[in-house]
Design a protein around this ligand. Structure first.
Ligand SMILES: Cc1ncc(COP(=O)(O)O)c(C=O)c1O
Length: 382
């Protein structure tokens, strides 16, 4: 029996309603939106509009138009980072960021001459707001700090950091890839301008989906590099400025979005708080069980810092990839090994030189018995 513990990469399984929605659309509907004037196209448009409304409610956005659909977390991060940074701007970020942030910034450092200050976490895995404050400059255009590490699961103090950014006149963006759907996020109470979320991880939608929240007025500071048909203002050869078309050119991933709509309806009914409580319980058992094994080192779950259900560990005498393969081959445990596209996080943990860690990550459908099986399987290897 398969035990899937790679929900930080993409969630599995999805709620049954997600499969049903995608299957029905693919078999019986199959039309594009925003283009056809026939009934089926308008019906699907309504489902996609509903998806936008649900995403807005879920994040506390002031208006559904503030939600942009993207094709992944990476796609949303590219949209924001390549769109917002001008030549010679200064950006504050952290060593914990995923390559989908760091590689965009590196590219712009080399091509546009932006300056980057990278802040490291303290011993508890958290970025200290005072360290961000010291990094800020009058020319700081953007502060980009992730909401939770995809290596340790440590949740970052983005509210305090966002406040510092706003006081400095800088934009604040957070990469919520590991928190959206796992932790309640309410942008009406957070001093954050832009939140980027994959649709296929904690939000439980299909791969190929993502959303970006853009606070009212901020879009004027983000150039769009994807231009094309929107099904609106077709007589104009300029791309429309209004939201969300500003950032949504070309056909949407409609099969993905009808699935995401069903996923967000599931989350709304179930509540993210209930999912968080379920996952926090599993994570406690997992960390405790792994810690009881004398040859296992668990990273980043020592302190009182809040966490999501992402747990990194190593087994003495084994390479991380070796352990992940053994867990899969012998016990059907599916995990992720290596640097997790976040080399800086591993450098800060001291796990870079040994090739990273094994990562278990839980989801809303992970059960107690799967966690017990994962712990006993690691125990058998040690
Ligand atoms: C922290 C973080 N940011 C960004 C991404 C990229 O998201 P996507 O896989 O949707 O491109 C990931 C994916 O693992 C992630 O963990």
């Amino acid at each position: 029996m398969r035990v899937y513990l790679d929900n930080a990469a993409t969630s599995f399984p999805k709620p049954p309603s997600v499969y049903d929605a995608v299957d029905f659309y693919q078999r019986h509907v199959g039309v594009a939106i925003g283009r056809g004037s026939y009934r089926q196209s308008l019906d699907v448009q309504r489902i996609v509009d509903q998806c936008r409304q649900q995403a807005a409610r879920l994040l506390g956005a002031e208006n559904p138009d503030r939600i942009v659909f993207t094709f992944s977390g990476t796609d949303g991060l590219n949209m924001v980072l390549l769109g917002i940074c001008r030549p010679s701007d200064h950006v504050v970020t952290s060593v914990l960021e995923h390559n989908s942030v760091l590689r965009c910034l590196r590219e712009m450092q080399e091509r546009r001459g932006i300056e980057i200050t990278t802040v490291a976490p303290r011993a508890d895995g958290r970025i200290e707001p005072a360290d961000v404050r010291r990094a800020l400059r009058p020319s700081t255009r953007l502060v980009a700090i992730l909401h939770a590490s995809n290596v340790t699961g440590v949740v970052q103090p983005i509210a305090e950091i966002g406040e510092l950014a706003q006081r400095n006149g800088s934009f604040m963006m957070t990469d919520a890839a590991q928190t959206a759907g796992h932790l309640p996020i309410d942008v009406s109470r957070l001093p954050i301008d832009i939140v980027v979320c994959p649709g296929h991880k904690g939000l439980l939608g299909p791969l190929g989906t993502g959303i970006v929240y853009v606070r009212t007025g901020i879009e004027e500071h983000v150039n769009c590099f994807r231009l094309g048909g929107t099904g609106t203002s077709s007589e104009d050869d300029h791309h429309p400025c209004q939201m969300p078309e500003r950032f949504e050119a070309g056909n949407h991933n409609v099969p993905g979005l009808v699935g995401l709509e069903a996923a967000l309806a599931f989350l709304e009914l179930k509540t993210i708080q209930a999912i968080h409580d379920h996952e926090a319980g599993l994570t406690r058992i997992l960390v405790e069980g792994l810690r009881n094994l004398s040859t296992v080192s668990v990273y980043g779950h020592d302190a009182a810092a809040p966490h999501v259900g992402v747990v990194s560990f190593n087994v003495k005498g084994f390479n991380a990839h070796e352990v992940a393969s053994l867990l899969d081959d012998s016990f059907g445990i599916q995990s992720r090994a290596g640097l997790h596209c976040a080399a800086g996080a591993h450098r800060s943990l001291g796990t870079f030189d040994c090739g990273g860690t094994i990562r278990f990550s839980v989801g809303p459908f992970t059960t107690d018995s799967e966690i017990e099986k994962a712990i006993t399987s690691v125990a058998e290897l040690t």
